[in-house]
Design a protein around this ligand. Structure first.
Ligand SMILES: [Mg+2]
Length: 149
């Protein structure tokens, strides 16, 4: 298998997981309750996404997640959120073998994890896309873009 040294990175909240669609999500987070992260529904058809990602990985792309923890969570809450996010990925994208899962404090510059101008980021936050030093895309056309790679 060739290694292209190109990584396709996914944000989670607002990109593949509908955290913000969970009613009262912010109140839960402020109360350090992990429920919204667990019950967030997928924002796209993840079986199709998984198939496409697995093909791309076979063709030499690396697959990664870069996700922020909640704003001002305690270390203990951050640990629980990390576990729930990992469980969400395992539940919804069980066939995807991520090369890297990076779950970092809120506000960590995602461009710290961009290692090539060819690296790709899908992220709903404009600031993350603007700061990314590779190729960055909003969330509207994820499947179309992955098909054209
Ligand atoms: Mg996001």
């Amino acid at each position: 298998m060739k290694n292209l040294n190109i990584t396709i990175n996914f944000d989670m909240d607002g990109t593949i997981a509908d955290l913000y669609g969970v009613e009262n999500w912010l109140d839960y987070l402020i109360a350090e309750d992990t429920t919204p992260y667990a019950v967030a529904t997928p924002l796209l058809r993840l079986s199709a996404l998984a198939r496409r990602l697995n093909t791309l990985q076979r063709n030499g792309y690396n697959l990664a997640v870069i996700s922020w923890l909640s704003k001002s969570g305690s270390p203990e809450y951050n640990e629980r959120v990390t576990a729930v996010k990992m469980a969400w990925l395992a539940k919804h994208l069980p066939s995807v073998h991520w090369d890297r899962i990076t779950i970092v404090p809120y506000g960590t510059p995602k461009e710290n994890f961009c290692f090539s101008p060819a690296d790709i980021l899908f992220d709903d936050e404009e600031r993350n896309r603007n700061n990314w030093t590779g190729r960055a895309y909003d969330v509207q056309n994820i499947m179309e873009i992955l098909r054209e790679i």
